[in-house]
Design a protein around this ligand. Structure first.
Ligand code: GLU
Length: 482
């Protein structure tokens, strides 16, 4: 192989959202480049003018940046390379490796229908493969439209080696003399990919195994052009829990969705890395730099990978707990503002408060959005009570307990965590009840929720006066609900 350095690429088509499969391919390429000290290049395959859109390009670039996948050099836009392909097709014609096919669309349709009626697989009958020089000149002079087809061997097997799947082969009888240039003069997809990869000096093509059929054709193009083959690595499919291919149609989310739903890029990155690759030990949570250290193509598993959303959620929680309160506050603050829970984070006191709230909730949150869902009572006194919780814990008996507790709380100069715990436990002993009997209605009164962080720390954070006021508010609520 004459590649002097390792150069990999991803070549997404900007025709929709940034699919998790594309992100996984990007991550594997990126890891391989960073592991080997090679280059990770980005080519946007935007030649399908009907379906490609500028905003989808932005979605891809934003998604790559969010995942921390920095690419080397300029982005290559395939649409700017449309003139690059034809000269190679002409060279192939001259060398007798490709030929002009003047068959009309009607003729081909006819042949296809005949094959269908005879219930045999349609193959182009190669009727233009051996046209005489005169026939070709006549066609060209008559301005007949033509496509260019690659001349494939008639016998034997097309074959290539794949790092993940081993040696693959296909009988040449199964392949047609396929078109490389359309009648409008534009290159067909597979031809463009080979020329692009060659021009970009791509040494390793790492992509989803849905491209396998393309690879057989692309290998024939490399061979015809006399170019060295890159190393191929085809990645396993990603299946959902029902063992269906993960697809948009079946409700699969894009990278942007995960971003908005409160996932951390570190977690998504780590999770996607494990879809089809493993460090060959039990590790699951692995930091980016650890992954760069150990990632090899040999670690790719050919078996289909299963996308387990629970595992992603678990990993996300793990990564949340690794962040400092400040780091989380930076990410959560805009969400709280958007939810209308607060503003003014430039105020130091406000920021300190937010960090405190984050610290209290961190153990319980699996998503950044959980901080918003679970924290409204830290920002407003005007919350509703969880209906089921109220039915269970807001009894006439609770009014008595809450009234007494509010009095005890009000009597201390500062309601610290320790003090709050002491008051609740002593009172429970006095009443000869379990502390939970007091804890449940108190939590509901002070937060509106039935679960959350440790009650005593929470009471300290909310503060004596607010705690007492909220207990009184709950008592009014219980009495009015009678
Ligand atoms: N444009 C192709 C895609 O979006 C990728 C082609 C390739 O990696 O060779 O799936």
């Amino acid at each position: 192989m004459s590649f002097s350095e390792i150069r990999v690429r991803i070549a997404p088509s900007p025709t929709g959202y940034f699919h998790v499969g594309t992100a996984r391919t990007a991550i594997f390429n990126w890891l391989y480049a960073r592991h080997t000290g090679g280059k990770f290049l980005l080519r946007i395959e935007d030649t399908d003018v009907e379906r490609s859109r500028k905003e989808y390009v932005d979605v891809i670039l934003d998604g790559l940046k969010w995942l921390g996948l920095d690419w080397d050099g300029e982005v290559v836009y395939q649409s700017s390379r449309l003139q690059s392909y034809r000269p190679f097709a002409l060279e192939l014609i001259e060398r007798g490796c490709a030929y002009r096919c003047f068959c009309t669309a009607e003729e081909l349709t006819q042949k296809r229908q005949t094959a269908q009626q005879a219930k045999v697989n349609y193959h182009y009958d190669r009727s233009c493969r051996n046209l005489s020089a005169e026939q070709i000149t006549a066609g060209l002079e008559a301005n007949k439209s033509y496509v260019v087809r690659l001349k494939l061997p008639l016998e034997g097997k097309a074959t290539f080696d794949d790092v993940v799947l081993g040696t693959l082969e296909k009988d040449y009888h199964e392949l047609d003399d396929f078109i490389i240039v359309k009648s409008d003069g534009n290159a067909i997809y597979n031809f463009a990919v080979v020329v692009d990869d060659h021009d970009m000096r791509i040494s390793h093509v790492i992509r989803g195994n849905d491209h396998m059929t393309n690879t057989f054709l692309q290998v024939e193009i490399y061979k015809a052009l006399g170019w060295d083959l890159p190393t191929f690595a085809h990645l396993p499919m990603i299946l959902d829990l029902n063992r269906n291919k993960v697809s948009k149609r079946k409700g699969a989310k894009g990278i942007t969705d995960y971003q908005h739903e409160g996932y951390l890029p570190e977690a998504v990155f780590n999770f996607l890395t494990l879809l089809g690759w493993s460090p060959k030990d039990d590790r699951e949570k692995m930091l980016r730099r650890e992954l760069v250290d150990v990632f090899t193509l040999e670690g790719i598993n050919p078996a289909n990978a299963v996308f387990n959303p629970e595992k992603l959620l678990w990993l996300n929680g793990e990564y949340i707990r690794e962040k400092t309160n400040h780091e989380i506050a930076v990410l959560v603050a805009p969400m709280l503002v958007e939810k209308g829970l607060t503003t003014k984070y430039y105020l130091e006191t406000r920021w300190q408060w937010l960090m405190k709230v984050v610290g209290l909730l961190k153990e319980r949150c699996k998503l950044l959005t959980d901080f918003v869902e679970m924290s409204s009572y830290f920002f407003t006194d005007n919350f509703e009570y969880d209906a089921k919780g109220a039915a269970k814990h807001f009894s006439p008996e609770a009014v008595k307990l809450l009234t007494a507790l509010a009095e005890k709380f009000a009597a201390v100069s500062e309601l610290t965590e320790i003090k709050a715990e002491e008051i609740v436990r002593t009172y429970a002993e006095e009443l000869q009840v379990k502390p939970a009997v007091l804890i449940h209605p108190t939590r509901l009164a002070v937060t509106g929720l039935t679960a959350g962080p440790s009650l005593f720390g929470l009471l300290e954070a909310v503060g004596r006066d607010k705690v007492c006021a909220r207990i009184k508010r709950a008592i009014v609520y219980i009495e009015s609900a009678k």
